[in-house]
Write a protein that binds this ligand. Sequence first.
Ligand code: SAH
Length: 262
Amino acid sequence: MRFDILTIFPDLLQSPLQEGIIRRAQAGNLVQILAHNIRDYAQGKHSMTDDRPFGGGEGMVMKPEPIAAALDHVSGQKAGGHVVMLSPQGRQYNQKVAVELAQKKHIVLICGRYEGIDARIDRYIDDEISIGDYVLTGGELAALVLVDSIVRLLPGALGCSDSADADTFSRGLLKHSQYTRPREFAGDMVPETLMSGDHQAIYEWRLLEAVKRTMARRPELLQSVQFSTIERKVLAKHGYNIEDFCESTKELKKLKELDDAK
Ligand code: SAH
């Protein structure tokens, strides 16, 4: 997979791309991540990348020509890239979108600054993504969020003992709580079952914990979880009937919708 990131602050991207799993994935050739300075594609003596808005008003707007030239350069290198603009007005990013984007061979990320980018760049864009309902000073941190969450999904990126399948959100459940040594910390013991070596009991404890956490923190997620027959049996054995919570979360959702509509 390959990422090309267009930015006026390429240095801002460096350190997060040079540590941990992301560094290892690049060293192992699972992914190539290149930052391009939009300023290198700007014209004129001052290599301007922004200018005042037509119609007046606050702030500066990023000029279209340097971005179009940078896009031309990166897609010329490898055709068929998926061009994403980071923007607070885009579709909301989540694990499902990360999984979708992890299937792509080539992603181009455009980072805005100031008041955003001249609207005539829109026709070069395949996808516009927001990492949440708040406004950043620039798209770089958002681009890093995408790269980080997508790269860890690439086969071989995580160590073999670590699996993206069991992660929070990967199937709609939050992950169970986790413990490591020491067995006792500040008077608090690790749950007995986890130290028992009984794999079936550990599996059941973790499943139950994940379901209980999800119910307590994000009940609306439970509606879209597909439980296997084995999981249903385990949960029923511990007194949890999945159909009951799905019904009750639907009720909760309806109540919330009614409340929101008021
Ligand atoms: N004036 C714009 C906001 C510009 S913020 C507006 O009101 O819509 C400057 C840049 O930061 C944007 O062009 C975008 O690239 C990035 N950015 C800000 N918030 C973001 C978010 N929540 N998700 C993704 N990118 C964001």
